[in-house]
Design a protein around this ligand. Structure first.
Ligand code: DGL
Length: 293
């Protein structure tokens, strides 16, 4: 059964003239519009960081649904509803493209989101799957993610469609999100937790591991240490940024200006977002605006 639409919800398409994110003036040129990015909270800043590195000229508007995270333990119906509400907020800003930075939303809600708009929508699943398939020599691939992402089977399906004989081993790692937000990425607790979660994947003889959650790139050194040099560790964020660049170019939507802007919106606790977000993105997270839900 299709998910019920939230009350008052209406599908939106790209408006013909909207205030540009950078200067507040009306711009008719689609290429000058911002790219919208949303996540359940702070973790999507790893994706934004990769996007900004790849596309420094673009304006980005980031929404973190900090009031309602984590998404990774919620049901599909709730994840879809929240994801559509985030999309609606960003569409109202007149964005030219939407990047769903949250792996859980990408795994569960991408089709529903794409039905709500005519602008291009890019999630992290397909780019991540392509990158790990490329990195794996033997086809024995590990994927770690939230419980909802693993349960959706989205990474498994996509990897299998690209490499039908791949052996895919998945593992939900729910404790890693709070660990990373606490800044515990290089201590005993992190090492023991990562070792525990990766044990079965190691036993399976994987030669590539996909980090299928926004927070995990901050633990990349730990994953590499625990798995050893034979296993390549691949993150969805970098692969997604490359996919966004390609799509902008193909659609002639790339912006030519010299320096892009970034604005941050959250649904709760902008101070915490700024404090913790700096570990994910750097000192450029100076402030965030709280929006009502
Ligand atoms: N952003 C989520 C993801 O990438 C992780 C945090 C959460 O569970 O909300 O799946």
């Amino acid at each position: 059964m299709p998910p019920r639409k939230p009350t008052g919800w209406k599908p939106r398409t790209l408006p013909h003239a909207t205030p540009s994110a950078s200067n507040g003036k009306v711009s008719l040129r689609p290429a000058d519009r911002a790219i919208g990015v949303f996540d359940s909270g702070i973790g999507g800043l790893t994706v934004l960081r990769a996007l900004v590195e790849e596309l420094p000229n673009e304006d980005f508007i980031y929404l973190g649904d900090t009031a309602r995270l984590p998404y990774g333990t919620k049901t599909d119906e709730v994840i879809i509803r929240y994801s559509r509400e985030n999309t609606e907020f960003l569409l109202a800003k007149g964005i030219k493209m939407l990047v769903v930075a949250c792996n859980t939303s990408s795994a569960v809600a991408l089709e529903a989101i794409a039905r709500d708009t005519t602008i291009p929508v890019i999630g992290v699943i397909e780019p991540g799957a392509r990158a790990v398939v490329k990195a794996s020599r033997t086809g024995k691939i590990g994927v770690i993610a939230t419980e909802a992402t693993v349960a959706s089977g989205a990474y498994t399906r996509t990897i299998q469609s690209l490499r039908p004989r791949a052996e895919i081993y998945t593992r939900a790692c729910p404790l890693l999100v709070p660990l990373v937000e606490e800044g515990w990425t290089d201590n005993d607790v992190a090492e023991r937790t990562v070792s525990y979660y990766l044990e079965s994947l190691k036993q399976s003889g994987i030669d590539a591991l996909l980090l299928g959650c926004t927070h995990y790139p901050l633990l990349i050194a730990m994953f590499e240490r625990v798995l050893g040099p034979e296993v390549k560790v691949v993150d969805s964020a970098t692969a997604t940024a490359a996919a966004v660049r390609e799509r902008l170019r193909a659609l002639k939507l790339a912006r030519r200006a010299t320096q892009g802007t970034r604005s941050f919106f959250v649904t709760e606790s902008p101070e915490r977002f700024v404090r913790v977000g700096r570990r994910f993105f750097g000192p450029q997270v100076e402030s965030a605006v709280r929006i009502e839900r």
